[in-house]
Every structure is written in structure tokens, then in C-alpha cells.
Design a protein. Structure first.
Length: 430
């Protein structure tokens, strides 16, 4: 069976033995999730003071000021940062210095992992769970929608399944069950990408490969992630024995870095090379050695006739963090752009979201309001979703009917005025 891809789980690496004790084997105190928050804050303040003294005020402000201590698990220091770039930069350039600063208080500290902090929380958490006996692959739980697994997204490190059986998809990013082909609104801007995605899913179900690799690119909010989730959902629904892995670029990097730190890189590589369908999202965020490892994985999967689908915000030729060979491989497959939505597609998206809200809450969206939103909100699909959500909230909270004046008042910051034509030097010279 295909298993739900839970963010941050490491089924390909052996978990360490858990311990609820607050001291290590040598008797030195070690922080854990059960330690008082005040103690953890004090420890982090001392470490920050050492780092500031070591690197100076300017460097500290640039790279360390926005870091937060999440937890210490055995010899691993887990920090969080607000941006992917900061995560990658600190991990690559300051790991040794940070670990050394921790050793004054925690002698066993030896490794660093920096994860992205979203809405004030870092995921995935790294604290080990109690050891349980490994179950046969066929007894593993069936994949659940992402919404149903929200309470375990911070799941601790999972135990290794000694022999990954066929159908054990191992760990990846959570698949959003709401993002299916049925909920995707197609139009002139995205109809080619939509058709290709459905063809990929049908081919995978029938154990064939059509276009490989497939690279879908567009600016933010135009449906790339929706299509990747829809492919994974369709294939898993039709054939639960398929090994399907959907990974965002930051989780690919997380798995790779953790594998290297735990000296289980070979297991990570074997895990990726045994999948039937690999989907990588947000390719533009892949950096460093993990980008190189992706290149090796891509080559191995293409050689083995395994389907690979990648999404990014730029064409392959503009992915400068990848070497020329990988960019050539991506360009040599099928490159599918999604262009900016036109008025008809925006109107269709707003209509679909309004119908869903009407079915759920019972309010009425006049056609004039839908026309206004589609005409005024021109950025991307997420803003259109957000516009409908704001109107729903305004109606629910104030009791005011959904009208064009309400939309004008509620959606002011989403509405972009027509850009004033910029005068260029070339125009002046003419």
C-alpha cells in the first residue's frame, strides 16, 4: 500500500533508541522536549552571546539573529530559521561554529540541523519516539489525506522498515487530498499542463512512461503544486501498490542532509531509486550537494524508465544551482509552461470557489461580485482563493450582504492598479 508521506519522517534511516531521561550517558544534562521552556531559553541566550562575541555584531545580525532553538535530541542541535535561504546558508557555513558554541553547555552536541520555521513553528520535529516493533509492509497504515494527518506532521523519527516491500512509498511530503484533477480549474493558460498531468497519471497507472522527465514551470500560485498532488492522488487511488514519492525541495534537502549526518546516505539513495513515480516541487530552492544528488537520482530513474515530474518557478535553463548536465536532462524531456491567467480563467476559478463556499455556508455571490473579483484580482490563483475567503469572512462576521461595495472595501490590498508605463532610457534616446 502507498503510505501517506509525512513531512520529516525518515523511514530510510534507523532511528536511535529513545530516552525520556534528561541526562546523557555520561551524566551531563541534555535538553529535551520535556525540559522547561525557561531553561531552553537561557541556554539559547548563552549560545547567542558566544556567537555574537565570536563573529561580531554585523555578522551575527545578518545570519544568527533570526535563528531559534527548537530542541536538542541526543547529539543533534535543531534550530529553525524564517527563510529557506537562511536555513541553507547557516547549515552550509556555520554548522561547526554553532555546535562549538553549544558544547560549552552541552558537551555531547555534535551535529546541527536547521529547518524552516512556518507560522512560528519549525517542522519537522526531530525528537525520537518510543521504539515499537517493525510491522510487515503489508500491515502498514493506508495513506490518509493531509488534513487528517495534520496532528502528526511533526511526527518523530520513524523506525526503519528492514526490507521495504513493493508499495511502501516511504517518507515524503504530505499529499493534499483537496488537490485533485476534479478540483483543478483549467483554461487556456494551463490546459496543456493539465492534459500532460492527466496523461502522466494514466500512464503510471498502466505501468508505462510517456514523457520523461516532465518539467512544469510558472510563477507562484498558478497551479504547479496542485497538478503534482493530483498526479500522486490519482495514481495512488487507482493502484495502491505503487511506490510514489512527492517531495518539496526543502524536504529533499532535509532528507539528504539527515542521511549524510547519520551516515545512511546509501539508504537514502536506494530509497529514491526504487520509487515508481517521483514528484519534486519548488525545484528552484534545491541547493548545494542535495542538488548534485538530485542529478544522480534523476539519471538513475530515467535509465530505469521511472517517471519523474518536476515543478519550478523558472525554465530549466535558468536553474543556475543545477549543473549543466541536469539542466540539459530536464530540458530534454517535456517542458510545460503555465502562463498568467486570463479573465475567463480567473472568472471560472472565482465561480468554483464561490460555489464551494455557497454549498458550505449558504451565502449568495451575485454575478457582479464574481465579475469584479475576476477583473480586479489579477495576480494569481491563491489571491483569487483569498479574495473569496475574505468575502465569506466579512459576510459571516458582520452579517453584511456580499456586494461590490463590500468587495471594494475588503479586497483593497489585493487589487493592483494598472502600472504606469515606465519611461526607459532607450525610449528617451529615440
Amino acid at each position: 500500500m502507498m503510505r501517506q508521506a509525512i513531512a520529516g519522517r525518515d523511514d530510510w534511516s534507523a532511528a536511535t533508541s529513545p530516552s525520556s531521561s534528561s541526562v546523557n550517558q555520561s551524566g551531563d544534562p541534555v535538553m529535551s522536549e520535556n525540559s522547561p521552556a525557561a531553561t531552553q531559553r537561557d541556554l539559547w541566550m548563552r549560545v547567542r552571546a558566544r556567537l555574537k562575541a565570536a563573529v561580531g555584531e554585523d555578522v551575527f545580525t545578518s545570519w544568527f539573529a533570526r535563528l531559534e532553538l527548537e530542541e536538542l535530541v541526543d547529539d543533534l542541535v535543531h534550530l529553525s530559521a524564517p527563510t529557506r535561504f537562511l536555513c541553507s546558508w547557516v547549515q552550509s557555513n556555520y554548522s561547526d561554529r554553532i555546535v562549538e558554541a553549544f558544547r560549552h553547555d552541552v558537551p555531547d552536541a555534535a551535529r546541527l540541523h536547521v529547518t524552516l520555521r512556518v507560522n512560528g513553528q519549525a517542522r519537522p520535529r526531530l525528537a525520537p519516539a518510543p521504539v515499537v516493533a517493525a510491522e510487515p509492509a503489508e500491515d502498514l497504515p493506508v495513506a490518509k489525506p493531509a488534513a487528517q494527518t495534520a496532528n502528526v506532521e511533526t511526527a518523530p523519527v520513524a523506525r526503519l522498515v528492514p526490507q521495504a516491500q513493493k508499495g511502501d512509498a516511504l517518507a515524503g511530503s504530505a499529499i493534499d487530498s483537496r488537490m485533485t484533477f476534479d478540483t483543478f480549474v483549467s483554461g487556456e493558460a494551463n490546459e496543456m499542463a493539465f492534459g500532460v498531468a492527466k496523461q502522466i497519471a494514466n500512464a503510471a497507472i498502466n505501468n508505462t512512461v510517456t514523457f520523461n522527465p516532465v518539467y512544469i514551470h510558472s510563477t507562484v500560485g498558478l497551479g504547479k503544486s496542485h497538478l503534482l498532488n493530483a498526479i500522486a492522488h490519482a495514481v495512488s487511488q487507482a493502484d495502491s501498490s505503487k511506490n510514489i514519492v512527492y517531495l518539496t525541495a526543502d524536504h529533499f534537502m532535509y532528507h539528504f542532509i539527515t542521511a549524510v549526518q547519520r551516515q545512511s546516505a546509501l539508504g537514502f539513495k536506494e530509497w529514491l531509486r526504487k520509487v515508481d513515480l517521483l514528484l519534486i516541487d519548488d525545484m528552484q530552492f534545491l541547493q548545494g550537494k542535495s542538488a548534485t544528488e538530485f542529478g544522480h537520482t534523476l539519471g538513475a530513474l530515467l535509465t530505469g524508465a521511472k517517471q519523474v515530474v518536476v515543478a519550478g518557478d523558472a525554465p530549466p535553463r535558468d536553474l543556475e544551482m543545477l549543473d549543466e548536465r541536469v539542466r540539459s536532462r530536464l530540458s530534454g524531456g517535456l517542458v510545460v509552461p503555465i502562463s498568467t491567467f486570463d479573465m475567463d480563467l480567473r472568472r471560472a476559478i472565482v465561480q468554483r470557489r464561490a460555489d464551494q463556499s455557497t454549498a458550505r455556508f449558504g451565502m449568495h455571490f451575485p454575478p457582479a461580485v464574481l465579475d469584479y473579483v475576476a477583473r480586479a484580482v489579477t495576480s494569481h490563483g491563491r489571491d483569487l482563493d483569498g479574495a473569496v475567503n475574505r468575502l465569506v469572512a466579512a459576510n459571516q462576521l458582520t452579517g453584511e450582504l456580499i456586494t461590490v461595495p463590500l468587495a471594494e472595501k475588503t479586497l483593497g490590498d489585493l487589487i493592483r492598479t494598472h502600472d504606469v508605463r515606465r519611461v526607459r532610457i532607450e525610449d528617451i534616446l529615440k
